[in-house]
Design a protein around this ligand. Structure first.
Ligand code: GLC
Length: 477
């Protein structure tokens, strides 16, 4: 793509991603909040000093880039039911096609992902430059991808595979120095009696029952297993809850918090329900224009248009789009949790691996501009609210401008240049006095000519960009 096409493409994408702020299946919920603003059980972090809280979040704040993995029985269906393609997200197939519980459960009899290799996955993740992985231990379909004594509908007891991939991944992550976290669908469960079902509620009598009983018979015992059985590998580093419904009252949620509190370093996201805000915000499929100043946040995003594997979904985002997203997110102080959806044989689709690895190549050279950084020092915003286009709620949509982004560390500001301006680069004013300017990719650290005054900074750049996607200029002070 030439420069103009590329820009139009990204503007279009930006507009689209803003419309998708909350996916429709998440918009119906009204979060239950504690009546008096007090939690029935205080999260352990709220009893800590700021310094203790910072230490607890340190690895997560430094990481900036993580890999989400949606893997489960739905990969076996791969977006098809009874020979027909089913629309919407791959991991939602049971709900979208209203598949009876007993029929869906039959998928387990043939789920045998013999090509799964934990070391290969983790090596790939490592080469991609991610610092943490979060995998679906149980998604909304209720199928556990781990050995569970609490419920037999799990990969060890219900499939010919009989192995616990979470254990194998925990071992591999521990060995290779990657933090490992579990996604767990605590509220929706479409195969357990009493589990919640969004987008229309239950469709099979086998789903009827009390939500509290489901929580006590399945979700809480399984969370206990997840918190106990991987401790020798220092896992989980975090629990990623999802889709809370009003069923999750503050009292029920607090039973889960009591468990989580036994692991003071365990992080958990803002989707538990019951009014709990958790450790970090989770914008989904979009990058908030201003980030969340003062809060930890993580944008989770699909590489194509589904989380769980769908064989027909080849709408992969380009490496450029993904990398620009990572840079944009880091410039606003957030993390990027980028999803891959392995297939039913246990393989991460090659186009997904290719993109992850290309990001990793860039990070090998330019990682200093991303890891352990903070939002950049400039107040300039890289985008505008459209004067004409509005989202479904009538709010103006944010149209990003993909020119450059800044991140910072003590003594250094990193400018990731997305559109190479030629030899002259002008930046807005900045408080710190710049002492030197270099390109991060230049191993010889040659000093670039620059001048700084109250109107801004002007730098003389090399004629051609060191990197076709993003080249990092370093301002030392
Ligand atoms: C949504 C979907 C779910 C997916 C999650 C990831 O809430 O329900 O399928 O796992 O987003 O953020």
């Amino acid at each position: 793509m030439d420069r103009i096409d590329r820009r139009e493409f990204c503007l279009g994408l930006g507009a689209l991603s803003t419309v998708l702020i909350l996916p429709p299946h998440m918009q119906v919920q009204a979060a239950a909040t504690p009546e008096n603003g007090q939690y029935p059980v205080e999260p352990v972090k709220d009893t800590m000093t700021q310094a203790q809280r910072d230490a607890r979040m340190a690895w997560w704040n430094q990481a900036r880039f993580g890999m989400f993995i949606h893997w489960g029985l739905y990969a076996q269906a791969a977006g098809y039911w009874n020979g027909k393609p089913v629309p919407f997200l791959g991991e939602w197939i049971m709900n979208t096609a209203k598949i009876p519980v007993a029929d869906y459960q039959k998928l387990a009899a043939t789920f045998d992902p013999t090509k799964f290799n934990a070391d290969a996955w983790v090596s790939m993740a490592k080469a991609s430059g991610v610092k943490y992985m979060v995998i679906t231990s149980k998604h909304h379909d209720g199928f556990a991808m781990f050995k569970s004594d609490a419920n037999k509908f799990n990969i060890v007891d219900a499939t010919p595979f009989k192995r616990d991939p979470l254990k194998e991944l925990a071992i591999a992550c521990h060995k290779q120095g990657i933090k490992f976290g579990f996604y767990y669908s605590q509220d929706q469960d479409w195969t357990a009696p009493g589990g919640a079902a969004m987008r229309g509620g239950h469709w099979d009598k086998a789903q009827d029952g009390s939500f509290a009983e489901y929580l006590h018979a399945k979700a809480i015992p399984q969370l206990k297993e997840l918190l106990a059985n991987y401790q020798s590998e220092d896992a989980p580093a975090e629990i990623w809850f999802d889709t809370p419904t009003p069923d999750m009252t503050p009292e029920l949620a607090s039973e889960i918090v009591t468990l989580l509190n036994q692991h003071p370093n365990l992080l958990w996201n803002n989707r538990l329900g019951g009014g709990y805000s958790g450790d970090f915000e989770t914008p989904e499929q979009h990058i908030p224009p201003q980030g969340f100043p003062g809060k930890a946040w993580e944008t989770c995003m699909t590489i194509n248009d589904t989380w769980g594997f769908k064989k027909d979904d080849t709408n992969f985002k380009s490496t450029e789009t993904l990398l620009w997203n990572l840079i944009d997110i880091a410039s606003k102080g957030g993390n990027y949790l980028l999803n891959v959806g392995p297939d039913a044989t246990g393989v991460i689709p090659q186009p997904e691996q290719d993109r992850m690895l290309e990001i990793g190549k860039w990070l090998k050279v330019n990682g200093e501009a991303i890891y352990d950084t903070q939002a950049g020092p400039f107040s300039q915003e890289h985008g505008v609210y459209s004067p004409t286009e509005k989202d479904k709620k009538g709010n103006p949509i944010w149209v990003p401008v993909w020119d450059w982004r800044a991140t910072a560390k003590p003594g250094r500001v990193f400018i990731s240049i997305l559109q190479w301006p030629g030899t002259k680069c002008t930046l807005p004013p900045m408080d710190a006095r710049v002492t030197k300017a270099t390109m991060l990719a230049d191993r010889k650290h040659r000093a670039l000519k620059f001048s700084q005054n109250e109107k801004g900074i002007t730098i003389t750049l090399p004629e051609t960009a060191p990197d076709p996607i993003a080249s990092v200029l370093v301002l030392h002070s």
